[in-house]
Design a protein around this ligand. Sequence first.
Ligand code: HEM
Length: 207
Amino acid sequence: MTTVAPMGIAATLREATTPEHRDTETRSFVTELMSGELDIDAYVRYLAQYAYVYRALESRTPNADDPTFLNDPALPRFDAIVSDLEHLGAADWETSHPALPATQAYVDRVLEVADDLPRYVAHHYTRYLGDLSGGQAIAKRVRDHYGATDDQLAFYRFDVRPGPFKVEYREGLDALDLDDAGMDALISEAKLAFRLNADLFEALGAA
Ligand code: HEM
């Protein structure tokens, strides 16, 4: 049986994760990074940890019945992150910045749910819609505060216009065929995905 979320799946997901979004974006590592209190090395430490996360997110083999937004060629970020790291002097990121335990926990969870569609979608949504939203503000701050150059900020450059793309992405979410259990899985996993990001920020702040 298909559940018709009264607000639509995308709006339901957004509303359900609003507290987690607020909690994640106000972790001190994030606010300090955004306000210019850190330095470019802190940004490199952050970016290297996300290289592991995106490698996991993008290692999934697509399925024939996947919704199209899931495998949109405009989204993958791993190659851009590695290129940024190279231009930031951290081509050796795997040895110079090993995965922190919080990163490894995030990676393990993404790999564990890669074939569970609603749960994988939750991770996809949390990162890529975030990159197309607040990520654009992060790029501006890293450029303005720490002097990062275009070559070092490919992570945030998409071959699509973020605004219209996000509209399409939300339409893709709304078209998912989810029963009640699938909807619950999507929401609870998205909340977990935000918490995994918050844990990673905590670890980066403590490092
Ligand atoms: C510096 C920190 C952040 C800022 C300033 C920020 C800001 C924003 C803003 C303004 C939006 C709304 C954009 C719109 O309506 O089009 C947004 C959406 C979003 N952000 Fe963030 N964000 C931050 C961090 C994060 C993080 C760390 C994540 C995930 C780990 C994240 C995930 C998302 C997602 C998934 C959305 C889309 C919500 C939806 O429309 O369903 N954000 N963010």
